[in-house]
Design a protein around this ligand. Structure first.
Ligand code: SF4
Length: 550
């Protein structure tokens, strides 16, 4: 880690001389697995702010109002998309911070963008600017050598401690400092993962959306992916934290601990505030909105707002009655964590659902007029080419609006990662020289195909073969004639062009796959798919007819 003495000994840094400046830096978030899989898919990625940073900003404002920090912080949000490159971004941040003596850069560090964000931060002067990182990756892999401070878990308490006591003798001592990791005069202090329940009581609004209306942010132009979008102008929001489930591939409960639900009256204030910026729809980014402890009061509230919204959900609670109630409250799309229609895989993932629950949930949502975006995972250790193709056939028989397929990834820190560590010795090499320092995906060891820089765990199917199966699944799902009707039903007019171009891309990929696949079964199915399309209808002609009709 960068030694805090760099800042102390420079003589130009102090938190005692007036308002600190906090540069919230949104960087690397859009380095997605979608783009890592195929760069042509980058243009379909989402574009929205970091709720974690906006909540941290709000916490600091509330701390000042409550007299918990000595000075009112000045806060600015910097989104990398507003700058030509990282050098310009770092220069603008440095210039903005320079006039004050307490200069902080707060960044969420993402696994996939680890190297990119590291390079961006290397443009800042570590004797002038204190670099603090947080988020999922630093929480589970906190040994990072290019930052001054790492906050593990929720960052509100850690930031309060920093803004009150940074470089003071009491720094790093006490409850509020328990999540902080840093090095001072060569001595390293590693904090533990900190959970908090501040979402339960922080006054409305919980997120400082006003910060993303400026020139250095993206001026409120958040944009959801075409398949998840509802309404014309979306904003993201959460009112729960963590998840009661314990899926083996997920890290949310490691980072956030137990489920926290924000009271409905505070949610009302949050949504009122969010709507003042001209948005007409809300993307709930909660891990599972339906776990909110006052779900029915929440649905009543949303009905009164008369807005469209989407959310993520698990299968087991969804009944036709609940689905109708959600629709009546404005829900138009749900990302459903189905993951598989093979019970062995659901058990292996510790999903705590059954195939029957998944099927019932898809049918209930679709039957109520809600488009189902189906989270789907392939590549469990027991999977074979045949078992994956059988599962695909079951998936194709369901009324799903969008299939979001992923290859099982042993993400750093998860149970899946620990399982993989036992079987794949090379996984020990993710850090510098086999240590725990700078653990990150390593494309030079595990390749760039999905999962980027990490291995896959299927015992009889290689990573490249899983990628072939992944491509086949997308082609079969999106290039079917019957799919086009479903796509048109649930996609708004202003996003239909993107949806049609997505389908065209999948058709193109099917043609490439027919040429390049090494798995005989994949090639056979791809060739059959293309023959069927050509025999049934002129694919591109049908797509353009839909575009013209709308
Ligand atoms: S249900 Fe979703 S959010 Fe909850 S643990 Fe499983 S994958 Fe994570």
């Amino acid at each position: 880690m960068l030694d805090l003495s760099l800042l102390r000994d420079s003589g130009s840094f102090s938190i005692d001389c007036g308002s600190p400046r906090l540069a919230l830096v949104h960087h690397g978030f859009r380095t997605t697995q979608l783009g890592a899989t195929d760069k042509r898919q980058n243009k379909y990625a989402a574009r929205y702010a970091s709720l974690g940073l906006l909540n941290l900003a709000r916490s600091a404002q509330v701390d000042f109002e409550r007299g918990l920090i000595p000075f009112q912080p000045e806060i600015q949000y910097f989104d990398e998309d507003n700058f030509t490159d990282d050098v310009e971004l770092a220069k603008v941040i440095s210039d903005w911070l320079r006039p004050v003596k307490a200069r902080f850069v707060l960044v969420s560090l993402y696994s996939l963008a680890f190297e990119r964000t590291k390079n961006m931060l290397s443009n800042l002067n570590p004797e002038e600017v204190c670099i603090m990182v947080g988020g999922a990756h630093p929480t589970v892999a906190p040994e990072i050598d290019f930052v001054h401070l790492v906050a593990r878990g929720e960052g509100g308490n850690a930031l309060r401690h920093v803004l009150s006591l940074f470089l003071h003798p009491e720094f790093g001592i006490g409850n509020e400092a328990s999540g902080l990791c840093f090095m001072l005069d060569g001595r390293v202090q590693m904090g533990e993962i900190v959970f908090d329940k501040s979402l339960e009581d922080i006054p409305s609004p919980a997120f400082s959306y006003e910060l993303i209306q400026s020139d250095t942010s993206f001026a409120g132009q958040s944009r959801e992916r075409w398949w998840k979008a509802v309404g014309k102008s979306q904003q993201i929001y959460i009112c729960t934290q963590s998840c009661r489930a314990r899926c083996t591939f997920c890290s949310t409960y490691l980072i956030h601990g137990k489920l926290v639900s924000r009271p409905v009256e505070l949610i009302a204030g949050d949504i009122e505030y969010l709507l003042t910026f001209g948005h007409d729809s809300v993307q709930f980014h909660d891990d599972d909105l339906l776990q909110h402890e006052s779900l029915y009061e929440l649905l009543d509230l949303l009905s009164k707002f008369n807005i469209a919204w989407t959310c993520n959900a698990r299968s087991e609670v969804i009944t036709p009655e609940l689905a109708h109630r959600m629709y009546d409250a404005g829900c138009r799309k749900v990302f459903l964590g189905v993951e598989s229609l093979d019970q062995r895989s659901l058990n292996y993932y510790n999903k705590a659902t059954t195939v029957e629950m998944n099927i019932n949930a898809v049918n209930a949502l679709n039957g109520s007029g809600i488009g189902v975006i189906c989270g789907y995972i392939i590549g469990a250790p027991h999977d074979t080419v045949e078992s994956i193709l059988s599962d695909l056939d079951r998936i194709l028989s369901l009324p799903i609006y969008f299939l979001a397929t992923a290859i099982l990834t042993p993400d750093i820190g998860t149970i899946e990662y620990r399982r993989a560590l036992r079987r794949i010795p090379l996984l020990q090499e993710l850090g510098n020289d086999g240590t725990k320092m700078n653990i990150r995906p390593r494309p030079e060891i595990f390749g760039t195909s999905a999962p980027y820089g990490l291995p896959t765990v299927a015992e009889t199917i290689s990573k490249e073969e899983l990628n072939e199966l992944y491509s086949l699944i997308n082609c079969e799902f999106f290039v079917r004639r019957e799919y086009i009707n479903k796509m048109v039903k649930y996609t708004s007019n202003d996003r239909l062009g993107e949806a049609l171009s997505w389908c065209s891309l999948q058709k193109l990929k099917a043609e490439e796959l027919a040429e390049s696949s090494t798995l005989a079964l994949v090639q056979e199915r791809t060739v059959q798919l293309l023959q069927k399309i050509d025999a049934d209808y002129p694919y591109y002609g049908v797509l353009s007819e839909f575009a013209e009709d709308r």
